[in-house]
Design a protein around this ligand. Structure first.
Ligand SMILES: Cc1cc2nc3c(=O)[nH]c(=O)nc-3n(C[C@H](O)[C@H](O)[C@H](O)COP(=O)(O)OP(=O)(O)OC[C@H]3O[C@@H](n4cnc5c(N)ncnc54)[C@H](O)[C@@H]3O)c2cc1C
Length: 746
């Protein structure tokens, strides 16, 4: 901090300290001002200008220094200056005071906050640049946050001072008026009966209702602005039209139908979307076959002298399709029609905020008017613009399921969950797999030890893992496909029979009306939604992969609930989507599953944590199963058993994680997990042992010393005084120093 800042800080601190030390707060209480009301009114009569100037100065000082008492001062303003003059004086004094507090916060803290939290503040600053005046206006109008907090926080953002001043003055005007008016009524109280006078009651009702009315007015004004160009039909065909019948769309439609709303679900391709047809279901079916082959290959480890697998790749892929067919009825038109959902096969386009046009698969177009729209259009594999890649017609998670001939040599681009799951499957099915990942390690979102575990296993199974390698080009050379990768400045060429591109998925946001309505997309190319999952049109919602930020089936259905409920009942109560406890798993072998924070995120976000780990290679059941590998790693709040996050690697890690998910969701700490009986011998015991590791790390030397001296006393080896002195040391949390000559039991 430079000298100027230190001087300003010292002055502010001195003034604040003086305020409290001299107990000036007593003069800013309702009792005091009411007691002095007559005297103050007398001053105003005799010296109106001087009193107004003094009052103005005090008001600016109180708000500028963020001292408590502005509300009482405002009431006093009404009481002694009346409604008109009171409002005028308070309006200017509060705006100037607020701006001084804002300037002080900016001058003293913005650089420091930027240096420390610049990364997190960037989106806030961008939002403030774009719509800062509006947000500030909303904050001023709806006094849900204390004004002094708004002043100090706004000072840390990029909002211009001039904007801050005028928006504050205009925004606070209505609130000022309400408080000053209440003040004029307070002034007229002369007997207890006056307190319940209708006018005073009205003033307080106005104060109470003010935030609600202001919020509703704001919402209505905002909504009117976005709907201006779109005439609203007098009646609607449907309560909801859902676009896309994947995990998100199906759940939205299901919930709407369950509460007897009229709902139409439009799907242009296959019911069930990615999860059923090209995602979770086929990939897990393939993983199962691949795992069986891997177990057969390990037969000797289990005491089986000879076991060989005679299999055909096409049969395995046909089984995958049989599994999809078996699950299909869960997501079928028949099931959803029976639940009361109108299912349309066709391509939907949002024609206006109130209507959806469907180009029906059987021919013809149908336009449906609707009260709400849920966009659940999903995502698709991203094929990066690497020269020659598109021309080589790479496989993606959309097309890989059509293969009936195993590629002898497969290059997998991407070291994320999909790339890893499929790379291991193909390797186990007999392909020679090379996995290329640009980042320094696989599964970069997880902590490094988990990436290492997976990479080691992959390499042991014969996969060539090329991390830190960037795919540069795809060529045809002598009739072969060659992938050129770059590593530390030099090129490597990998000849292959097929390329599987798994470098990420991009949301489907184009071609069905979002552009026409001007619905913005985020930097991550997902549909921009607010915390209620509404787009810029309050009746158009988005969920699942198309909206992000997570791309999982369970998050898609979680979001879908919020969309359906907020769309249908939002006028009474809206629910903020809750991402506080989101689990996921990558079904490689070893599986890697996580909920909440991991260590690298905690460091990035500067969140203090402690770590407890348990190595699964020590677990009886894992040893018996021949799967003695893996790790449970739990992050907790320092000094507490509150779980911040857990990552598990190993056999059935995805299932084991459920205990931590439940614990985090319902605020159950590690002590309670430790105090729960876990069946022996199960993999689930690993969770308890991780809790045990945490507990051991938190048993202090002092506690142990006390226990030892207690037992020594029960054996008659030491006196009770000795036990007491150890107990005192324990309670005082200070190291125990053995008295000279005392028997030691450390
Ligand atoms: C290989 C792979 C493995 C995966 N494994 C897992 C896993 O193990 N666990 C997990 O949780 N997640 C997994 N996922 C992710 C999961 O599949 C997705 O997160 C989930 O399917 C998203 O559901 P959604 O409803 O948002 O989108 P989708 O399932 O993509 O559904 C969107 C639907 O909208 C339709 N549509 C789009 N535009 C229109 C239009 N204009 N009109 C009509 N219809 C339209 C599409 O045809 C599509 O059917 C995996 C994904 C892949 C690719």
């Amino acid at each position: 901090m430079n000298k100027r800042k230190l001087v300003v800080l010292a002055v502010i601190v001195a003034l604040v300290v003086a305020f409290f030390a001299l107990d000036l707060r007593q003069y800013l209480t309702l009792e005091y001002v009411k007691g002095r009301q007559a005297v103050l009114a007398g001053y105003v009569q005799e010296h109106p200008l001087q009193t107004a100037a003094a009052y103005f100065g005090v008001y600016v000082a109180v708000t500028g220094l963020s001292l408590p008492g502005a509300a009482v001062l405002t009431l006093l303003g009404g009481a002694v200056f009346g409604l008109l003059w009171g409002t005028l004086i308070v309006s200017f004094a509060s705006s100037i005071g607020a701006t001084l507090a804002f300037l002080a916060s900016r001058f003293l803290l913005r650089d420091w906050v930027q240096a420390r939290f610049g990364k997190f503040l960037k989106p806030v600053d961008e939002g403030v640049r774009k719509e800062g005046a509006f947000y500030l206006f909303a904050l001023r109008l709806v006094p849900a946050f204390p004004f002094f907090v708004v002043n100090l926080v706004m000072g840390l953002t990029a909002i211009p001072v001039r904007t801050f001043y005028w928006v504050s003055q205009v925004g606070m005007l209505a609130g000022t008026l309400a408080y000053v008016y209440a003040g004029t009524q307070l002034a007229s109280i002369s007997s207890p009966r006056d307190i319940v006078s209708p006018r005073l009651l009205f003033a307080f009702v106005l104060l109470g209702l003010f935030p609600v009315i202001a919020k509703k007015t704001l919402d209505a004004a905002k909504a009117r602005k976005v709907y201006k160009a779109w005439p609203r039909p007098a009646r609607f065909d449907r309560n909801i039209v859902v676009i896309g019948a994947g995990s998100a769309g199906l759940v939205s439609a299901y919930i709407a139908a369950a509460v007897k709303a009229k709902v139409t679900l439009v799907e242009k391709h296959r019911m069930g979307g990615d999860c059923l047809n090209t995602g979770c279901v086929p990939s897990k079916a393939l993983i199962r076959s691949a795992k069986l082959l891997s177990n057969i290959a390990r037969a000797r480890e289990f005491g089986v002298r000879d076991a060989r697998a005679d299999y055909d790749f096409a049969d395995v892929m046909e089984r995958v399709q049989r599994v999809v067919k078996q699950v299909e009825p869960h997501d079928s038109v028949e099931r959803y029609s029976a639940l009361g959902v109108e299912c349309l096969q066709g391509s939907a386009r949002i024609a206006s905020p109130w209507s959806v046009e469907v180009a029906l698969a059987g021919g013809g177009t149908r336009t449906i008017t609707t009260r709400n729209i849920v966009v659940a259009a999903g995502a698709r594999p991203f094929v990066p613009p690497i020269p020659g890649l598109a021309e080589s017609q790479p496989l993606t998670s959309d097309t890989v399921w059509d293969l009936r001939e195993r590629p002898a040599r497969l290059v997998v681009l991407g070291g994320g969950p999909i790339g890893c799951e499929l790379a291991q499957c193909f390797a186990r099915l007999g392909s020679k797999v090379t996995q290329v990942e640009m980042a320094p390690r696989l599964m970069g979102r997880e902590d490094p030890e988990f990436s290492t575990m997976v990479q080691r296993r992959f390499e042991a199974e014969g996969i060539a893992v090329l991390v830190g390698h960037k795919a540069k080009q795809v060529l045809r050379e002598e009739g072969e496909t060659v992938v050129v990768v770059e590593h530390e400045g030099s090129d490597k060429r990998i000849a292959c029979d097929a390329i599987l591109c798994a470098v990420g998925r991009v949301a489907n946001t184009a071609g069905y009306g979002l552009e026409t309505l001007g619905i913005p997309v985020t930097k991550q190319h997902t549909v921009e939604v607010n915390e209620f999952l509404a787009t810029k049109y309050p009746n158009i919602f988005a969920c699942g992969d198309v909206a992000g930020p997570y791309q999982f089936t369970h998050t898609a259905s979680h979001m879908a609930w919020y969309c359906a409920v907020n769309a249908l009942f939002g006028r009474f109560r809206k629910f903020r989507v809750d991402y506080s406890v989101v689990p996921w798993a990558t079904f490689t072998d070893p599986e890697v599953a996580r909920v909440g924070l991991n260590e690298q995120e905690a460091k990035e976000k500067d969140i203090p944590y402690e770590v407890a780990t348990y190595n699964i290679d020590d677990l009886d059941r894992a040893i018996a199963d021949g799967e003695a590998h893996g790790l449970v790693k739990v992050l907790t709040k320092p000094g507490s058993d509150r779980i911040l996050g857990a990552t598990i690697a190993g056999e059935h890690a995805g299932d084991l994680l459920a205990e931590f998910v439940l614990a985090m969701r319902h605020h159950i700490g590690l002590n309670k997990i430790l105090g729960t009986i876990h069946t022996y011998p199960t993999m689930a015991e690993a969770n308890k042992y991780a809790a045990g590791a945490w507990k051991r790390a938190h048993v202090t030397q002092g506690q142990m010393a006390f226990a030892a001296s207690f037992h020594a006393w029960t054996r008659g080896e030491t006196g009770f005084v000795h036990v007491l002195s150890r107990l005192r040391a324990l309670l005082d949390k200070r190291p125990y120093h053995e008295p000279a000559g005392a028997p030691g039991h450390d």
